[in-house]
Design a protein around this ligand. Structure first.
Ligand code: ASP
Ligand code: MG
Length: 402
């Protein structure tokens, strides 16, 4: 088999960890597989490089920043190559230039355009282990770009897609994808399998196991992904197109997102076009809106509430104050103490009982639901931030037991 293995920064943070990972790579190679390895920068290197840059210039050009940030991954592959050399294994480390990984010119958040797999294949034909610098690419000016924070997952999936690898393993410091955050809910269970769509929802809901773009890419190119631990040698979680549905009312996970705020426009005239004006203004400002609620106010007016990411709060409020004025609404208010709790499951389409079970869990805890939204594979509710962890626990107990 051809296997792409990616190891995150914490898995290669120091010499001992580099040696441990070298052991995993060596075992895979010695089982007879072709191995391409993608590495992140060691530990907190990327953050430290950002701090160093800030000491010199608080607004460096993005080109120079990428030149700096891309060095972390280069250190990792060189050290790993030395560890494997010492074990007597044939190995070669390559950077984006050597592999021909081209991106657009959006420094700091570049998109992959093309990968010329030639050099990679030549090295694999020689039965060498190939180590590749994650996170980096080359643009059409031959300058170094980076793919955005957490981007080496995407580098790994892209290589797996181009090489038509049999498997792309993402090694990290957890044993796989869990039904909810195991640090908060000890009864959280590791999932054997999850679909791409479920994984995308969970990732965007704040379960930060995989870079979102890497999952989108895996889905598009049908790359078989597996998330597993660098420390515990055990099967992880497989991410793929369809997962066999055994039980009805099956959900894959419960997620919390507290990085949102709720904005309410009060006393909006009850006439056609008002929602359009509100959400057009937000769209023009490129602000993503998530949950939406329109409720009946008094004197022929309505209240319109919606949630946006905390990072978009100020811009959203600025835009809404203008809209309120032109529309003749009463005013706009923001509530920062809210959290979104979601359940995700591809099996949800068929079971209407899923929503009832989630709401029952919240009712048992006397937690008030302020907004609801549903999609084919997700149900989200907005609640008071104070009860977020309690809500996750209660919902998780309902679906997965204590
Ligand atoms: N080293 C980069 C970062 O810290 C890329 C990665 O780890 O995936 O964001
Ligand atoms: Mg990562």
């Amino acid at each position: 088999m051809l296997i792409v293995q990616k190891f995150g920064g914490s898995s290669v943070a120091d010499a001992e960890k580099v040696r441990r990972v070298a052991g995993i790579i060596a075992d895979t190679y010695c089982e007879g597989h072709d191995v391409v390895v993608v590495l992140s920068a060691q530990g907190d290197t990327t953050d430290e490089l950002l701090e160093k840059a800030a000491e010199i210039n608080e607004k460096p050009s993005k080109r120079e920043l990428d030149m700096l940030l891309s060095t972390g991954e280069q250190v990792s592959v060189a050290l790993m190559a030395m560890a494997l050399e010492k074990m007597g294994l044939p190995v070669v480390s390559l950077n984006a230039w050597q592999v021909g990984l081209s991106t657009d010119s959006n420094y700091g958040n570049a998109r992959i355009r093309k990968i010329s797999g030639e050099r990679l294949r030549r090295e694999l034909d020689k039965r060498r282990i190939v180590l590749f610098t994650g996170f980096q690419g080359i643009n059409r000016y031959d300058d170094i770009t980076t793919l955005g924070r957490g981007g080496s997952d995407t580098s790994a999936v892209a290589l797996a897609a181009v090489l038509r690898a049999d498997l792309c393993q993402i090694y990290t410091d957890v044993e796989g994808v869990y039904t909810t955050d195991p640090r908060k809910v000890p009864s959280a269970k590791k999932l054997d399998e999850i679909t791409y769509d479920e994984m995308l929802e969970l990732a965007s809901l704040g379960a930060k196991v995989l870079h979102n773009r890497s999952v989108e890419m895996a889905k598009r190119y049908g790359v078989n992904l597996e998330v597993l631990s660098s420390y515990v040698r055990a099967p992880g979680t497989k991410v793929k197109e369809v997962v066999k549905q055994v039980e009805q009312m099956r959900i894959s996970g419960v997620a919390k997102d507290a990085e949102i705020v709720s904005i309410a426009i009060k006393g909006v005239p009850d006439e056609p076009g008002v929602s359009f004006k509100v959400f057009r203004a937000l769209a023009q400002a490129k602000i993503n809106v998530d949950l939406i609620l329109q409720s009946v106010g008094h004197d022929n007016t309505n209240d319109i509430s919606f949630t946006v990411a905390r990072a978009d709060k100020d811009e959203a409020m600025r835009v809404m104050e203008k809209v309120v004025e032109t529309m003749g609404a009463e005013g706009v208010a923001v509530d920062e103490k809210v959290a979104k709790i979601s359940i995700v499951g591809a099996g949800m389409v068929s079971g209407s009982g899923v929503a009832a079970l989630m709401f029952e869990a919240l009712y048992d805890e006397k937690i008030n639901i302020r907004m609801i939204s549903t999609s084919e594979i997700k149900i989200s509710v907005l609640i008071d931030e104070r009860y977020a962890d309690q809500a996750v626990q209660a919902i998780h107990n309902k679906f997965f037991g204590k």
